[in-house]
Design a binder for this molecule. Sequence first.
Ligand SMILES: *Cc1c(COP(=O)(O)O)cnc(C)c1O
Length: 434
Amino acid sequence: MKEIVPPPPPIVRNEHAEIRDLFSRYVVPSYGRFDLAFSHGAGSHVWDVSGRRYLDLGGGIAVCALGHANPEITEALVEQSRKLVHVSNLYYHGPQGRLAERIVKAVGPGRVFFCNSGAEANEGLYKAARKFGHDEGRHEILTAWNSFHGRTLAGISATGQEKVKKGFDPLVPGFRHVPFNDLDAAREAISPATAAILIEGIQGEGGITPASVGYLLGLRQLCDEHRLLLLVDGVQCGHYRSGEFQSFQRILSGVPGAEGFLPDGIAMAKSLGGGFPMGAFWLRETAHGVRLGEILGPGTHGTTFGGTPLGCAVALRILDVIERDQLAAHVRSTGDWLHGRLAGLADEIPAVVRSARGLGFMQGIELHPREEIPGMAGSDKPASMQAIHRLHEAGVLTIPSGNQIVRLLPALNITRSELSDGVDRIAAVLRGFA
Ligand SMILES: *Cc1c(COP(=O)(O)O)cnc(C)c1O
């Protein structure tokens, strides 16, 4: 009789579970993560470790300006890494000087400091504001409610959201919050200690709210009257996300009397390095008769990794690609089209979608509160999270912004047909909740 040999057990390697296990044991649990583990990407698609493909409409939270595994970014990384990766800021090198020039040309006369993140870029602005006000005994910075400025101690102190501050007091003194887009509130809040006002051009974490034309122009005038610095956090809304280099340029484009508008400082990061960690801040050449661009003199500010040859070479290549492929115009026209399609969802599925908000490739789908959406009543998770989980099942990545907003921050080079596919899938998911 033939002996029956049982087959060997299949080698089941559940990579997803292995990764989850490593995180649960060794990684600080400071993030609420979705249950997805990714292995690779290409353009606006990413694949999880079991080979499932997703359309990435979150763009790594506005970071992956040219999508995933962009061959030109890879080429810039490889080319520059063969020459020089790092030398420290004790010396000069070409890429940092050239990148600073490009940023100045995109904004206006001024100077640029390079750092490694958005929080750090804002830190530089706080220090510039303190230095600016120092000899007059002024140090205070007004920021907006619902703003987000990063997770360092000064960052959470500047951020106008209680949830980021809880448990970390005492906070850094000298920040006060005022309602966003409310010029009178800003005017009334100014004290003899105030040195600067800091706002996002489009609030990102606070629900995709663009600054209004009147607010931007009014704040400029207010700052001029009171000798304050007007600072803009462009970390999320900058770098062509709105269709112009900075969102205030898009918001004010074509507005009579706004041609000469410039803030006194701008923070940048996220898309700047397209995934290579980089931040920067721009300071205006002169503000209120002070040479602001030179206010942080030798020895006053610094960071080891700021503006490395490698990071700057990548950022320069990204700017080249954006310019060559006319991605700013693409973001403007396709962003308008996208906004129209998302606004259409509010008409089509009014039981679920309240409105569409945003500019360019920074768009939010505002849902009703969970309790008011028929298909969401069974769970106590916020509406945005319920939608986003269901979208994962449908193969689409999006990002929550608060409890009611599903945020889209796609790569600047995403195609209209990819976006259209994404909106179709979003529509199908949201219809399911009606
Ligand atoms: C993400 C973000 C920051 C913080 O940037 P990090 O790189 O995470 O430090 C600051 N401001 C805004 C508007 C942001 O969106």
